[in-house]
Design a binder for this molecule. Structure first.
Ligand SMILES: [Zn+2]
Length: 320
């Protein structure tokens, strides 16, 4: 059944109702969807009238329609500005000015908190970090540096743009922009956020599956690791992989056999590899020179066939 107040909405917008009734309708609009729709209809149906001849000749209604158009533009602009601030919020520590520092830190900290609900288990243990040179952003996706970077940039942006839109909305004429509709924003935003976390979850899961099966290796950086020193040896990229000896080395690592769990040794005598996987994954691997035993990021141990170890020793500077 249509609301009996619906017929009064036009009068309300045109400010033609008695003062008391204006207030009643204003309150009523907060809760009545029927009347909210009617209000939107009156404001939106005439939204193209800017270019055409105005079909309504009521000056107040026209000014409301214009205020609506302006308001929508302002809220959009706020949202965009919020998004930009969010993208750069990771630099908040470098900002010396307290006010802007706080404005930037807020979306960053909120994003860190929100992502932490879902992904805090992904962060590295201190002992893992010791063997892994990638100093992450928020660090929720340590074995996917690109994803970590994207999550650290876009999550605060999504949060900051939401806050900015709410602020923009609150500063708009509340007769044109019904306050109660903020709940719709909140719901829409929650869905966006959940889809976003789903994308992060799925992408990281895909990457970890690739890493776990050591499949899809696209390149690696090799360091020589000895007792107290680690020195860079070679970077095998896509180009280098066209050479047979490097392709064979990568294949030997991909085909290593799993054989349980092990700790990274304190004293090393072999190689450290930073291995890149298809889709952006990256893990550290320690490879023992004499035995061909290989320990990956999560402590899983593998065995590389010993005759293939020659390939590593033959690398420039690999030496025996
Ligand atoms: Zn109503």
């Amino acid at each position: 059944m249509a609301c009996t107040n619906k017929s009064k909405i036009k009068g309300f917008l045109e400010e033609k109702l008695p003062e008391q009734e204006m207030k009643t309708i204003e309150k009523h609009l907060e809760n009545c969807r029927d009347c909210q729709k009617e209000l939107d209809k009156l404001l939106n149906d005439n939204i193209n009238l800017e270019t055409e001849q105005l079909e309504v000749d009521d000056a107040v209604l026209i000014s409301k329609i214009k205020a609506r158009i302006k308001g929508v533009r302002r809220i959009t602009l706020y949202g965009l500005l919020g998004f930009i601030i969010g993208v750069f919020s990771r630099f908040y520590t470098r900002d010396d000015f307290l006010l802007t520092k706080a404005v930037m830190a807020l979306p960053y900290k909120l994003a860190e908190f929100a992502l932490g609900i879902f992904f805090s288990k992904n962060t590295l243990h201190p002992w893992e970090g010791m063997f892994y040179r990638y100093a992450g952003e928020m660090g929720f996706f340590p074995y996917h540096p690109i994803l970590d970077f994207v999550a650290t940039s876009l999550t605060p942006a999504i949060i900051a743009s939401f806050i900015a839109v709410i602020i923009g909305y609150l500063f708009s004429d509340k007769r044109i922009f019904i306050r109660r509709k903020i709940i719709n924003f909140l719901l829409a935003w929650l869905i966006v956020f959940l889809v976003w976390t789903g994308v992060l979850y799925g992408t990281y899961g895909y990457t970890l599956a690739k890493i776990d099966s050591l499949s899809g290796v696209t390149g690696m950086t090799i360091y020589k690791a000895e007792k107290n020193s680690t020195s860079w040896l070679i970077r095998i990229d896509q180009d280098a992989l066209r050479e047979e000896k490097y392709a064979e080395l990568v294949a030997a690592i991909s085909q290593a056999e799993k054989k349980g769990k092990k700790m990274f040794p304190q004293e090393k005598n072999g190689f450290e590899l930073l291995v890149d996987f298809k889709g952006g994954g990256q893990i550290p691997i320690y490879l023992e020179k004499n035995t061909g035993e290989m320990i990956v990021h999560n402590g899983d141990a593998y065995q590389v066939s010993p005759d293939k170890m020659e390939l590593l020793n033959d690398l420039p500077g690999g030496g025996k």
